[in-house]
Structures are given as C-alpha cells and as structure tokens.
Ligand binder design. Structure first.
Ligand code: BYC
Length: 315
C-alpha cells in the first residue's frame, strides 16, 4: 500500500507488525521516547558491570573468576550494542554518556545496591538477569528495528548469565549451613529490588500507554513482573530457599501467584539518587571516563588520519 502522508505510512508499519528503520519517517515523540528508553537501557548495562565487577578479584575459584569476567564483559558489549542502536536515532554517544555522568540520565535502580557476599553474584545472575530476560524477550518484538535486533543477541547472552547465577545459588544452597544461609540472605536482599526493575505499577507508569500504542513496549510493567514472579517461585522451591514475602500465594482463580506490596518509596528514593551506592556508581563511571580519555583521543586521531588518507587516495 502506498501512503501519501508520512504519519499514515508510519501507522501502517506499526499496525502490520513490521519494523520502523532509521531511514523511515517517525513522529518526533516516538524518536525521543526511544532515545530515552534505549539510552537508559544502555546505561543500565554499563553501570550494571560495577556490582559484579566488585567480585572479579575475589571469586572463590579460577573457574568462577573466568565465568564472571566473561559475564561482566558481555554487559559492556550489551551497552555498546544499545548505544550504537540509539545513535541511529540521531543522538550521539557523547551526549548520552554526558547525561549519565552529570546525573541527568537514569539507569536501572537495582545497580545502586551493594554486593556484600559471593552469594550476591549468584543472586544477580539468577534474579537480575532473570528479570532482564523476561523484559528483553518482550522487547525482541519492539517496533524499532535496531533495538529489536540488539535484543535478540542480548537475550542469548543473558540466558547464559542467568544459568551461571542459578548454578552459584544451587552450589551454595546444597552446601554447608553457613553457605545456605548466605544464599538465603542474598535472596532476601535482592528479591524486592528485582521486582522494582519492571518499573512502577501500570496505573503509575507515565510512558507505558503511549509506548504500548507505538509497540515500543509489548507487555506492561505489571504483566512482566507477574511473569517473573510466576517463573521464579518454582526456581526458589527447587533451591530450597524461601522468597521473603509472606503474602506470596498461588491464586487458583487468576492462575498466577499473588505477592505482597512493593515499597515504592524506596524505589523513588533510589531512582532519585538516595540509594546506598548511587554516588559510588557515578563516581566510578566518571573516573573510568576521565582515565580512558587518552584511549578515545588516540582512536579518534587514528580514525581522522585514516579517513583523510582514504579521501586523498580517492582524489
Ligand atoms: N530503575 O513510565 P515508566 C541488565 C523510571 S541491565 C530506574 O514505566 P518505561 C544487567 C522510568 O525511566 C537491563 N528508573 O517507564 C546488566 C521513568 O522515568 P523517565 C536493564 C526506572 O520506560 C548488568 C519512570 O520511572 N533493562 O540486565 O515505560 C548486570 C516511570 O516509569 C525503573 C532495561 O533497561 C527502574 N527499574 O518502563 C546484570 C530494560 N523503572 O524516563 C544485568 C529496558 C522505571 O520518564 N527498559 N523507571 O524519567 C524498559 O523496558 C523500560 O524502560 C522499563 C520502564 C520497563 C524499565
């Protein structure tokens, strides 16, 4: 079908479940909403390296260290795919990075919690990557082509991340009483912040309605959170660990688990910068940026020199 107006063409692509590509016309609000979500997503991957990175030097065995090192490197790679995908919307990586470094851009609240024990590395892989997969599988069907394609590759890697976390928890849960207690303590501390990863309830979610219409988001915050709870309860049972929620109960009528209230005041406080590690996380990113500046300068001058000599050769 041929459309004479750009909006009609855009609406038809969305309606037909096809992808909007960088060359296509798109409403300015669609573009800005994507830049917002994708840059936040990229920042989450990059800042998300820090809590686990804290344990690379203290992993209990060489095998654990190699796995963790590779997982943390994967997260950096996810950030890079997502910055590249966001750049196709006409925003530069420098702008996005600058917004993070000056504290303007958001990133997932979960990464402002500390990793106190080795079991926290297991809990992050199992719960945090587990929650990320639920969200990102849904985003594989997002309407913006570059974002959807980045999600497919990221999800493959996330499933390995989740398995390695679950396996850490399994070994601890089957270990000594002290190890099992450490696993339970990690589950107690990471459970509620993980549920917050899916964002506010649908009724409070400022962006959801429009994002769902544009098919940027394919399932709502509450739908995804419920899916995560339903699948994770069985995994916790298998580990012999208890989810720290007295209200958690199978609801036959709904065909889902009911669960207790989330502390949205805590969520708001952490998102606004009042979490235990917000300052340390941003400080670590600023230091990495400053200390890595010489690498970026060297690469840019190499790239400039080569693009000039390519032009000379063509001339
Ligand atoms: N933390 O209108 P809503 C990983 C904000 S990393 C902080 O529902 P939306 C990993 C939200 O931005 C993968 N802020 O928003 C890496 C909005 O504020 P603005 C992380 C949050 O966008 C390393 C306001 O609250 N995954 O897997 O429709 C190691 C109202 O919310 C949060 C992603 O980033 C939060 N949790 O829906 C291990 C997924 N939640 O922007 C693992 C991609 C909400 O209006 N993102 N806010 O100022 C999304 O799917 C969506 O952006 C969300 C929120 C579901 C998170």
């Amino acid at each position: 079908m041929i459309f004479t107006d750009e909006q009609g063409q855009f609406d038809a692509i969305i309606e037909a479940e096809e992808k909007i590509e960088p060359r296509d016309w798109m409403p300015e609000k669609y573009r800005l909403n994507l830049v917002r979500q994708m840059s936040q997503h990229a920042h989450s991957e990059v800042v998300g390296q820090l809590p686990e990175g804290n344990w690379i030097g203290r992993a209990p065995t060489l095998r654990r260290k190699a796995i963790l090192l590779s997982k943390v490197q994967d997260e950096a790679g996810h950030g890079l795919y997502l910055y590249s995908a966001a750049e196709t919307l006409g925003v530069s990586r420098e702008e996005m990075m600058n917004d993070l470094l000056i504290g303007k851009a958001k990133y997932a609240s979960i990464f402002n919690y500390p990793t106190l024990t080795w079991a926290d590395v297991g809990a992050i892989g199992w719960l945090v990557d587990g929650a990320a997969i639920v969200n990102q599988i849904s985003l594989c069907r997002t309407s913006y082509g570059p974002y959807a394609r980045a999600m497919v590759k990221i999800c493959k890697e996330e499933s390995f991340h989740m398995r390695q976390g679950y396996e850490i928890m399994q070994v601890l849960a089957c270990g000594s009483a002290a190890q099992k207690a450490m696993a339970q303590d990690a589950l107690n501390r990471w459970w509620w912040p993980t549920l917050m990863m899916f964002g506010p309830h649908d009724s409070e979610s400022a962006n959801s309605q429009q994002s769902m219409k544009w098919k940027i988001k394919r399932q709502s915050n509450d739908e995804l959170r419920q899916k995560f709870v339903d699948q994770t309860v069985k995994q916790a049972d298998h580990l012999g660990l208890a989810i720290p929620d007295q209200d958690l109960k199978w609801n036959e009528e709904r065909g889902h688990y009911d669960f207790g209230p989330i502390d949205w005041e805590e969520f708001a406080r952490v998102v606004k910068g009042g979490g235990l590690c917000n300052d340390a996380r941003l400080e670590a990113r600023r230091t990495a940026n400053d200390e890595g500046q010489w690498v970026k300068d060297a690469l840019m001058s190499y790239a400039e020199k080569h693009s000039k000599s390519d032009v000379d050769q063509v001339a």
